[in-house]
Design a protein around this ligand. Structure first.
Ligand code: HAM
Length: 379
């Protein structure tokens, strides 16, 4: 799904939640020329929901499964691994309430991280329970919070959603909350059974995890299963991805009463994690051929275009470069092969193809060149 980069401010205020740090402090909100309040998307789930409702995607086969990727914006204090424009790859599965799909979603994220070669991370999971869980829990949590001495701003935030106090980074607030009731102790039998199923299935799939009884995700829409991938080598900004179930969100945004679950992976932090684990991030170049024209720029450009049309990845030297300079460019390009094309080569139709890694040279006809490079013909 390609989502717009900005949406009505209202969507995030309602979807992500008025009491969250994201909505209170981190949104890039502007007035457009028509006097409408718009906000650069701080996350993707609310936009996916808005679009699913608007285009009736939930009227067909369920679950609706989508993915998205691109830039997101939060006005946070920039530091290593925390940016004001960052990138996420996310998926959402809408319309099926089944712990099996929770596990499927977690498995996709896990597989993505593993496929990059990452190993030094852990999966933390929790359950935020259902409506009844939350009602019982919030009653006790509010009572606990009422006994604390809080400044006005903090109390008003706790008033809207007491869970948000757990996002507070100040040591005195953290200390004050150490004795607070823990949501997982309030799970209804149904929620506890679902969570149990999620845990068992993760084990069955060989995905190791730790239950984090105190995890509170920073966005208000979460219910039931919630999870985070935490990398050990990143310092403070260690969350490389996270997600969970959001069963009331669609209805709250004016849609059907459908459940959903998804995740967002933080691309920037994943790249930092790859660096920390010294993983190579693919080859710098995918070029098959670098052409060095020798007084044949126009014809060489034509040859390059013909080869490209046949699927060969080609670059060539431009401008009045010396042969030496152009050969250097060929080296730097990372191409597998290079070829010098002068008048002689054009006249004979025979060129010397040089394999860059070995330095081996082989004579091939211009007409056979594309096959050589695409079919991996023996060199
Ligand atoms: P989130 O936990 O707010 O969840 O963000 C997901 C990931 O985005 C984080 O784990 C982190 O890696 C990355 N991230 C967040 N803020 C920044 C930042 N300022 N700089 C760099 N990276 C950042 C969501 O956004 C939910 N929409 C995920 C979701 C999808 N839940 C259900 N479906």
């Amino acid at each position: 799904m390609e989502l717009p980069v900005f949406e009505d401010t209202e969507l995030f205020a309602r979807g992500v939640g008025e009491s969250t740090d994201v909505v209170r402090k981190e949104m890039y909100t502007f007035e457009d020329r028509g006097g409408r309040s718009i906000t650069l998307r701080p996350e993707g789930t609310a936009g996916v929901m808005r679009s699913t409702i608007e285009h009736n995607l939930d009227r067909g086969q369920l679950p609706v499964k989508v993915y998205y990727s691109g830039p997101f914006f939060r006005a946070e204090r920039p530091q290593a691994g925390r940016y004001r424009q960052f990138y996420q790859v996310g998926i959402e599965a809408i319309g099926v309430s089944d712990p099996l799909i929770d596990v499927e979603v977690i498995a996709v994220a896990h597989r993505a991280l593993k496929s990059l070669g990452l190993t030094n991370y852990r999966l933390e999971i929790t359950s935020l329970g259902d409506g009844l869980t939350r009602a019982n829990y919030l009653k006790d949590l509010r009572a606990y919070i009422a006994g604390l001495e809080l400044d006005e701003e903090t109390s008003s935030r706790a008033e809207i959603n007491p869970l948000r106090l757990f996002d507070d980074k100040r040591p005195e607030i953290k200390a004050a909350l150490t004795g607070a009731p823990v949501l997982m102790d309030y799970l209804t039998p149904e929620s506890a059974a679902d969570f149990q199923t999620v845990c068992e299935l993760l084990t069955q799939l060989g995905i190791s995890y730790q239950v984090n009884r105190r995890m509170v995700r920073g966005l208000d829409y979460y219910t039931g299963t919630a999870f985070e991938f935490v990398h050990e080598g990143l310092g403070a900004q260690s969350g490389i991805g996270g997600g969970g179930r959001y069963d009331g969100l669609m209805e709250q945004l004016g849609g059907a009463k459908l459940s959903g679950i998804g995740f967002g992976l933080g691309v920037d932090r994943i790249l930092l994690a790859c660096e920390a684990e010294e993983l190579a991030l693919g080859s710098a170049s995918d070029l098959d051929l670098f052409i060095v024209p020798l007084g044949t720029s126009r014809q060489s450009l034509q040859i390059a275009e013909e080869l490209r049309a046949r699927g060969v990845r080609v670059d060539l030297a431009f401008g009045d470069r010396s042969l030496k300079g152009a050969m250097k460019a060929a080296d730097k390009s990372g191409a597998r092969f290079s070829a010098v094309i002068g008048q002689e080569e054009l006249a004979s139709g025979q060129i010397s193809l040089k394999e860059m890694s070995s330095g081996t040279v082989k004579s091939v006809t211009l007409s056979a060149l594309a096959n050589h490079l695409t079919d991996g013909d023996d060199f």
